[in-house]
Design a protein around this ligand. Structure first.
Ligand code: PLP
Length: 381
């Protein structure tokens, strides 16, 4: 049996909606499906304003522009993340300051955020690893007492909650991704969630997204014409992509339930290996978190064991992968002056973690095959 790490799941509606968008000649940004999908996200997640973007990376860039990140500002974020989190502030000349993570959830450690705040700190970007929420109540308190912005990198955290609030709805701004590897997809796509009730700020976000013009006001009939009013870029996705995404968002709870079955199956069948001393830990969902089951991981006691597991799974046709070369120990991170030992928990997680296959349409046969294969491999450990 061949089992990929990831696999794209379609509902039955994508083709119908894409056909509709094409027939209506709505292929640019801000057509019918862009409106439908942004309203659906606003209503479901209780978010003031959602602006769809061309990617999660662009959502993070827009957020940085919106809070006016400037050269020499410092922005605290985990190193255990995708490069986009850091690029978003570096393209504005600011410095990413990497904080360590907690060993249970692999999410940013609030105590290390506090330890890294200086006079130059402008913002915090928590990243919800694997769709499991960071401790947002604590992080928002820290931000409030130091007058900092919080931008959530909720690229992996769409349709998941921390306490009673959805991820992306906690910070001043939240950023989502709908990349083909995420839970709900348009191939490339993202969104900015604005959680500050400030019509001026929302207007500014619309201008940044619309090439520095007030086109959105014009569309709403609030302006007679539109023109260049400020610095901006082009972050609006094609309505064809939003047609695909609308089909996915309509069924987001069904997709989440399917992924939960896989998550729970892994946990039920693999937790015995923690007690047996073969692995150190596995995906952990705290009580306060409602996950979207974006990924499933095991953490081994050593890099050697982890690599051996990946190798043996590969021999049996199962693709399991590592996650994140931490930003601080990447070649760019070294250029910024970091050394791997600066963030020991991050470094250890990255060396010893393996992600098991996780995709919405995984069959029961595939699930059993993965577990039976892992069982047989562990007999050799
Ligand atoms: C996927 C991802 C991004 C980037 O999203 P794209 O839509 O691929 O640009 C940013 N941050 C994290 C944590 C991600 O997982």
């Amino acid at each position: 049996m061949k089992i990929p790490y990831n696999n794209i799941f379609y509902t039955e509606k994508e083709i119908e909606y894409v056909k509709d968008a094409l027939e209506k000649q709505q292929i640019n940004a801000d057509g019918k499906y862009t409106k439908l999908v942004s309203s659906l996200l606003e209503d479901n997640f209780g978010i003031e304003k959602i602006l769809m973007t061309t990617s999660g990376t662009h959502a993070l860039e827009m957020a940085s522009m919106l809070i006016e990140i400037k050269p020499n500002d410092e922005v605290i974020m985990p190193s255990f993340t995708f490069p986009s989190t850091a690029n978003a502030v570096m393209i504005h000349g600011a410095k990413p300051v990497f904080a360590d993570i907690k060993s249970d959830t692999l999410n940013i450690d609030p105590a290390d955020i506090e330890a890294k705040i200086t006079k130059k700190t402008k913002a915090i970007i928590p990243v919800h690893y694997g769709g499991i929420g960071c401790q947002m109540d604590i992080i928002m308190d820290i931000a409030k007492s130091h007058d900092l912005y919080v931008i959530e990198d909720a690229a992996q955290g769409v349709n998941a909650k921390y306490k009673e609030k959805f991820l992306g709805a906690w910070g001043h701004i939240g950023c989502y991704s709908f990349h083909g590897t995420k839970n709900y997809i348009s191939g490339e796509g993202g969104a900015v969630a604005i959680n500050i009730s400030d019509s001026e700020l929302i207007k500014k976000a619309e201008i940044i997204r619309q090439k520095g013009t007030n086109r959105q006001e014009f569309i709403r009939g609030e302006a007679k014409r539109y023109s260049w009013v400020d610095i901006g870029s082009s972050y609006g996705p094609s309505d064809i992509l939003m047609a695909i995404l609308y089909a996915q968002i309509e069924q987001m709870d069904i997709i989440k339930a399917k992924r939960r079955v896989i998550n729970d199956f892994y946990s039920e069948n693999l937790s015995k290996y923690i007690d047996a001393g073969k692995i150190k830990s596995m995906t952990y969902i705290p009580e306060k978190c409602d996950s979207n089951y974006h990924l499933y991981y095991l953490i081994f006691h050593s890099e050697k064991d982890r690599d051996k597991m990946i190798e043996k799974l590969k021999e049996k046709g199962i693709s399991a992968v590592i996650h994140f070369v931490p930003l601080h120990s990447s070649s760019m991170g070294r250029k910024l002056g970091y050394t791997p030992s600066d963030l020991p928990i991050t470094e250890n997680a990255s060396r010893c973690l393996v992600r098991l296959p996780m995709y919405t349409n995984m069959t029961e046969d595939e699930m059993y095959y993965i577990i039976e294969t892992i069982d047989s491999i562990f007999k050799e450990f």
